[in-house]
Design a protein around this ligand. Sequence first.
Ligand code: TRP
Length: 342
Amino acid sequence: MPDASPRRPRVLSGAQPTADSYHLGNYFGAFKQWVALQDDFEAFYFVPDLHAITVEYDPALLRERTYVAAAQMLAAGVDPDRSALFVQSHVPEHAQLAWVLGGVTGFGEASRMTQFKDKSAKGGQDSSSVGLFTYPILMAADILVYQADRVPVGEDQRQHVELTRNLAQRFNHRFGETFTVPEAHIVKATAKIYDLQDPTAKMSGSNASHAGVVDLTDTAKQAAKKVRSAVTDSGTEIRFDPQEKPGIANLLTIFSALTDRPVDDVVAEFEGQQYGHLKVALGELVGDFVQSFGDRTRELLDDKGELDRVLAQGAEQARSVAVPTLELVYERSGFVAPAGSR
Ligand code: TRP
């Protein structure tokens, strides 16, 4: 069949497997968007295991977490028949392109990445790895190797996508049109979930305490308890006011996200009731959600053979795009093609 139809725009994203499980914030802030985008985009979703080795880590744990990550992406609704779901290290072109991009990245611009500054400040810059420093260049390669048009990420990754755009434009300018210049697709505020114990900090696997983080592997009981113990203000009125009442606003946001109902609707339902009512009702909802999510994840993890097969298929799909991009990049870069390669 001749391919006359223009290709669908491409979307690409990944989420680091740096915790034992993703959490509710990842689900609403990322995966739900990913799943919805599959309708209109040719989608590439992956587990960035190469990124995960830029901080101290345990290899056996990384392997297990990579499987859990992939299973949770599938459980969230990433459909391997429509989208490429894969593990980053299965597609060597990411690392190969990252090296080339390193040649057009300024040391100064890489030094300005705030995530590196934040992360390296924790243990001291001298004990940070060079990999942590070049992390954004690998991320640029992840995106550019698929000629992605859109990159759904949280606000914290915006600067990395901005760097990616600069590198793409610079490379195109120096070596000829090669890369699509991608755009960040920042999630809307209503999908942003905050820590239940500190509703001014976003829900994150790296938060000091896990009491405010609902993991997608929590039991219904654990999750419900975390919700019931959520920190709220000392007032009594249930209304959506993220400034004055960040705790209640967070609970309302989660309620709205879980039920696909507008926040106003949820506020109306609980109007005049006490915080406790909202917490108990939401605790049950969240409990049911993690229970069924966990069941699906465990089913997928129980058949590693099938999971391996799905990931191999995803990597193959991914390489069908990544290989030609890298060939073009090598050509533009002036590398001599090995004999017999064309
Ligand atoms: N840096 C991203 C994060 O920490 C994960 C990531 C790696 C990513 N490569 C990517 C996200 C490419 C989007 C596109 O969340």
